[in-house]
Design a protein around this ligand. Sequence first.
Ligand code: PXG
Length: 291
Amino acid sequence: MKIYLDGQLVPKEEAKLSVFDHGVLYGDGVFEGIRAYNGRVFRLNEHLDRFWASAKAVAIEPPMSKKDMEKAILETLLANNLKDAYIRALLTRGVGDLGLDPRKCAAGPSVVIIADSIVLYPPEFYEKGMEVITASTRRVRPDTLSPNIKSMNYLNNILAKMEAIRAGLVEAIMLNAEGYVAECTGDNLFIVKNSTVYTPPSFAGALEGITRNAVMELAKNKLNLTVKESLFTMYNVYNADECFVTGTAAEVAAVICADSRKIGSGKPGPITLKLMEEFRNLANSTGTPIK
Ligand code: PXG
């Protein structure tokens, strides 16, 4: 496996960051998780725009243009001979000393691109749907750290993920400080009630997911449904007709049970199944060609 590290493709064993990189010392850096399907990178421009927006919010100047980052991502995929892949791009604050002051990172940021084959969830996960719990760990308040910053510190989400794992599950719903549903640990959450599709707005503590945006478009344009960004609570999740998650890793996956309450029929619902299919079609037929 070849990893892109600061302008060079190096073998995996040599792809190392300094222990003095503030990305390692403080989680001071940002990332993107991107996927390629069938020889095309899905919504690459949207991912690069979000990457640049995260970087801007934490005031790290990427040492390259978006166009050069696009080239570097495509080169990394080609070097690893990947047509279907999970791509992880990192921008760290760079090497500094043992102090928070980012001005000490005079050497400048590091850029890492990892392209790996994807480990898909087992097919049953998509056929039968999954069970989730509500995590007691609340999502960090948006006025403390914007959920739109994909920072290299994911402890808030990891603590909630550990609660899911302790319950024998893979995913948990995270509430915001006010108790409204925000999102899952690495996915956005949707509910369907009376043929209207609802997802929490970003100000509720949700990342504006790229899969979320694609699914909102598909629900409106292909399924002719009303889609609303609105605040809701676990009461609305328990009493929804359908529930599903979206994310680059998870794609679209049904949630059939939350906190031991069966949602709807207890099986993936018809709208969820249609959105899963429409999303697969979109992901397999659009995107930036790997060349
Ligand atoms: N919320 C959070 C907190 C996320 O981290 C999403 C929602 C979904 O956004 P996208 O843009 O992917 O639709 C994410 C995305 C991983 C991994 O390695 C995590 C994400 C994406 C890809 C891989 O765990 N999180």
